[in-house]
Write a protein that binds this ligand. Sequence first.
Ligand code: ZEM
Length: 374
Amino acid sequence: MLRNVSRINKNVARAASNRKAVICQPVMRSYSSQGGESGGGSGRGAIFAGGALLTGLGLYFFNNLNNYEGTRNQAVAKIEEKLPVDSGSRDYQKVYNAIVDVLENENYDDGTFAPVLLRLAWHASGTFSKHDKANPGGSNKATMRFKAEAEDGANAGLEVGRDLLNNRVKPQFPWISYGDLWTLAGVVGLQEMGGPKVAWRPGRIDGIDEREAITNRLPDGAKDEKHVQNIFDRLGFDDGETVCLIGAHAVGRTHRDRSGFEGPWTFSPITFSNQFYKLLMESEWKEKKWDGPKQYEDQETKSLMMLPTDYALRTSDKYRPYVEKYAEDEDVFFKDFSRAFAKLIELGVPLKQFEHSPPVFFKTSDEVEAEKDK
Ligand code: ZEM
């Protein structure tokens, strides 16, 4: 894993010089590149109609959805029964390895798609609402394939991750569901950047109903502590888990043409670490003076950033103790992150879908290589 990170790191300098050019290109591509699975163009209309139906028909509609869900699961179970019982046919480590094979690209950001894949897994899961029994969201149905959700402003840029997986990995493993593929890819991103191992289980099914697309449930980085609290409470996370998960901002960067924000949080944006917390507590942060949305800038180098929601963790009396705890002890951060992330990527998946799926712990690419050398 370390060797891989250092291999990725070698690409960083080169990638950095290319980055400007890449950033200037429009990254928002047409969603039609998702190979047909985003369905017809009626997403928005369908969603609107769905919303109207919801209001108008109330309980009747919810019951219908539930029945529909039952039928779907039975249908899926039937398909499952017909799959060849070939032991090699569902080797998820092979999927992991295939994602590793397409992970690096020196012309993209810091040389790897790992951060954007981690974010894809988070946004695929972060639509969950513990209050919405009829359409709970979460990673189960991979509803970001549907137009309305793909075009949710919060998901801008994630087509990069979806296109990579859907076009280059899915064809090799047609049997894997999109929800399983995207969450597994998040684990790849995390582990290949040197993060903790995560227990991952297969079992998500592909939704087929555009009305299940979910929008406006993901957090807005421009907002405050209360907003963070509301969102993570809706997801079912406590204060410690909330701070822990946001520590993923150790990796990756914000992009002007995606979220409006600009820059990375740490000096090593493709190495998973507790640097987010250390920098948040130890650097002096001031509002950046620019023509963009409000964000904080470190006063020493003026090259790092914090979102208003990130900075709120430092000023908040209830979140700050966790920031301090993770800044002090990276091992504890890794352990807690592993558990919280495993929980995150299973949000919205009925437990019965995991019934026959013991957790898988994936070997990192370095471990796979080391085994070959033996
Ligand atoms: Zn993020 N995140 N996130 N996040 N995130 C961005 C990028 C990344 C918030 C947020 O507004 C933003 C979590 C929580 C929260 C990652 C992982 C996780 C960006 C930049 C924004 C604006 C997007 C861009 O411009 O490309 C907010 C408000 C959050 C909670 C309050 C959690 C939880 C995460 C994982 C567990 C990652 C890896 C990135 C970097 C993506 C990339 O392309 O480099």
